[in-house]
Design a protein around this ligand. Structure first.
Ligand code: OAD
Length: 244
């Protein structure tokens, strides 16, 4: 795989690299994306039935079971070379920020340390009413359990459509996009705000912006690179080319 020499130079001299990831990074771990035409979750299910607060209020058991199914997929999944190479990149630069829209926790499992979870984590739970964190135990799998503090229903600690992102996570992501030298956008369709705006924020702050996705054609123009390919194939080659 050949990369533009200016991109390799930008990586070698970067003091802060920020990376935004989406479902495509976990596709090679066997987890479905959202918008793939054939296999994407949103091609089989309606988000308004499953991923909104109103859906949960209407039919908590349906939403609970769908997330329990997704959690069972996540628990069987292992990090792939894309995740592992992002953990490796973190060890090569003075400052590294990984901003993910994924809720699967695979970046942390791969060894990434500075991870900002914009959309929560499917392995965590909280109360729908009082937001108190809840530790699920084996006896809880059948139906949404009740909060021991307020009696509210327990829900997955993920961000649903119509909900705000966790404030601190969003501000940290924005700060990284504004302050980094190189910003990667990997495996995301860029269709969901505000995450979708982060590459533009980085570009305005004069960072080099790199997109990795099998859905783009490889091209480059002033400080902006698109690389066609899968994260698990492009990232190992890129890390090797930049750092040996
Ligand atoms: P999408 O399903 O919208 O986009 C996945 C992207 O990954 C597409 O652009 C694919 O071309 C690309 N892709 C597929 N396989 C890949 C691979 N092996 N390597 C690299 N890229 C690959 O998923 P997201 O952009 O993550 O939000 O979706 C954003 C948000 O929409 C999700 O976090 C979720 C969803 O609704 C909430 O649930 C709040």
């Amino acid at each position: 795989m050949n990369f533009a020499p200016a991109l390799i130079q930008a990586l070698r001299s970067a003091r802060h690299i920020a990376v935004l990831t989406g479902a495509g990074v976990s596709a090679e771990s066997g987890l479905p994306t959202f918008r793939d035409v054939q296999t994407g979750l949103w091609s089989q299910f309606r988000p308004e039935d499953l991923a909104t607060p109103e859906a949960f209020q209407r039919n908590p058991k349906l939403v609970w079971d769908w997330y329990a199914w997704r959690r069972s997929l996540v628990e069987r999944a292992q990090p792939n070379p894309g995740h592992l190479m992002l953990a490796e990149m973190e060890r090569r630069v003075p400052q590294f920020t990984l901003i993910t829209q994924n809720v699967d926790g695979l970046h942390q499992l791969a060894g990434s340390r500075n991870v900002i979870e914009l959309h929560g984590n499917i392995r965590r739970y909280k109360c729908f009413d009082c937001q108190a964190p809840y530790a699920l135990d084996d006896a809880d799998w059948e139906a949404p359990p009740r909060c021991p503090h307020c009696g509210g229903l327990i829900r997955p600690d993920v961000v649903w459509f119509g909900e705000s992102l966790p404030t601190q996570a969003y501000w940290a992501a924005l700060e990284a996009a504004q302050g980094c030298d190189v910003f990667f956008s990997i495996g995301t369709s860029g269709r969901v705000e505000p995450a979708a705006s982060l590459p533009r924020v980085a570009r305005r702050a004069r960072a080099t912006v790199v997109t990795i996705n099998p859905d783009v054609e490889t091209h480059s123009e002033s400080h902006s690179y698109a690389i066609h390919g899968k994260a698990g194939e492009v990232l190992p080659a890129l890390v090797r080319a930049a750092w040996g």
